[in-house]
Structure formats: C-alpha cells, structure tokens
Design a protein around this ligand. Structure first.
Ligand SMILES: CC(C)(COP(=O)(O)OP(=O)(O)OC[C@H]1O[C@@H](n2cnc3c(N)ncnc32)[C@H](O)[C@@H]1OP(=O)(O)O)[C@@H](O)C(=O)NCCC(=O)NCCS
Length: 174
C-alpha cells in the first residue's frame, strides 16, 4: 500500500505495512518516545511478543523515508466486550530526527483511513497535556478532547493527568 504525499506541507514518506523485519526500528523509535517523558507511562519498550499481543494485527503501519523506517502507528483493543469490538486505542511514534515535518500527521491520517477499512468505528488516544505536538496531530486528524483523567497514573514519581481524545468514524457503524 505504498503511497507518497504530494501536499506541500506534508513530508514525502511512503506509508507501508509493518513487517517482522521492522521490529528493531519500531522498538528504537518507541524507546526514543519514552525518553521524551511525555509519550507514555511505560518506562521501557515491551518485548516483541508483548507488543504483538497488545496490538491488533491490522492495521500496523510504518512510514519510510527513502527506505528508512521513521515512524510507526498501530492500534490496541480497548475491551474484550463485544459491544466495543470496533473501538481501539492509537499508538503513534515518530523518530525524533524527523519530528515536526508532518510525518506524524501523515501516518495518523493513514491509520485512521486503514482503521475504517478494518471496520473500526471509534479511535481513542490518551495524551499527556504537555504533549502539544501529539494533541495537534490528533486534532488535525479529527479527534476531539473528551475529557481529562486527573492524576490517573504515577510517572517518574509524579501523579499525572491524561487527556482522553476520540474520533468517531462518520462511515463505519452508522
Ligand atoms: C507527537 C508526535 C507523534 C508528532 O509527530 P510529528 O511528526 O512531529 O508531527 P507533525 O510534524 O505531523 O505535526 C506536529 C504539529 O504539532 C505542532 N506542534 C509541535 N510542537 C508544538 C507545541 N509545543 N505546541 C503546539 N503545537 C506544537 C506543530 O506545529 C504541528 O502542527 P501544524 O502542522 O499545524 O503546524 C511525535 O513528536 C512523537 O512521536 N513524539 C514522541 C512519541 C509520542 O509522544 N507519541 C504520541 C503519544 S500520545
């Protein structure tokens, strides 16, 4: 599904399916995201098996810049209850060396589109309020802030708020 962006504001990267050979780059970019201190409560990347078990098999996307993997995006199920089978949580990580060039926006838009292809009707994202770039990218892709989870988790010795955002598909499950 490789496609190129030709919009003047969007980095020209190819969006592709994640393959088994991509794991090392996926993990390294995940680790770089953790090191920002504003991406996740996790303090170290999962093992490949853990990551695989906590993400839906499809869609799993990567962005490649002249062949080099520079970002990935995937979905995790939010519940085992049947009513929520079309609800999933976004994971989105961009190599800090290409941050701010439109790659996050580009791969998230592709993930949204692919999620609808896979009959997902609601995407949610949990974002620290300090993570302004992630908030912006999600809002551009049609997410809205649902609410604030106050001091919902402890991170590095401090209780932190998390914003819950969601995007309801206008075409799936209507
Ligand atoms: C958050 C992340 C995915 C954004 O990816 P990116 O490729 O840098 O994002 P883009 O370049 O597509 O867009 C960034 C947008 O945020 C805006 N932005 C960046 N920093 C900002 C700040 N401090 N305040 C407000 N807006 C900001 C940019 O102006 C841009 O918006 P624009 O296109 O309207 O100008 C990326 O930085 C990342 O992977 N961070 C580490 C992991 C992470 O936090 N993942 C998300 C977990 S919820």
């Amino acid at each position: 599904m490789a496609t190129s962006a030709h919009n003047c504001c969007v980095e020209e990267v190819d969006i592709d399916r994640m393959g088994p050979e991509d794991w090392a780059r996926v993990r390294d970019i995940y680790r770089a995201g953790i090191e920002t201190g504003h991406a996740t409560f996790d303090t170290s990347p999962p093992t490949r098996q853990e990551w695989d078990a906590t993400h839906l098999p499809e869609p799993r996307l990567v962005a490649r810049d002249r062949g080099r993997l520079v970002a990935w995006a995937a979905l995790g199920p939010v519940s085992r209850r049947c009513a929520y089978r079309g609800v999933a949580e976004v994971s989105l990580y961009v190599d800090p060396r290409v941050a701010g060039r439109g790659v996050g926006r580009r791969i998230l838009a592709a993930l949204v589109s692919a999620s609808e292809h896979h009959r997902i009707w609601t995407l949610e994202a949990w974002i620290f309020p300090e993570n302004r770039a992630s908030l912006r990218v999600h809002e551009v892709c049609g997410f809205r802030v649902v609410g604030v989870r106050e001091r919902i988790g402890e991170h590095d010795g401090r209780w932190r708020d998390v914003l819950l955002l969601e995007r309801r598909s206008p075409v799936v499950g209507t």
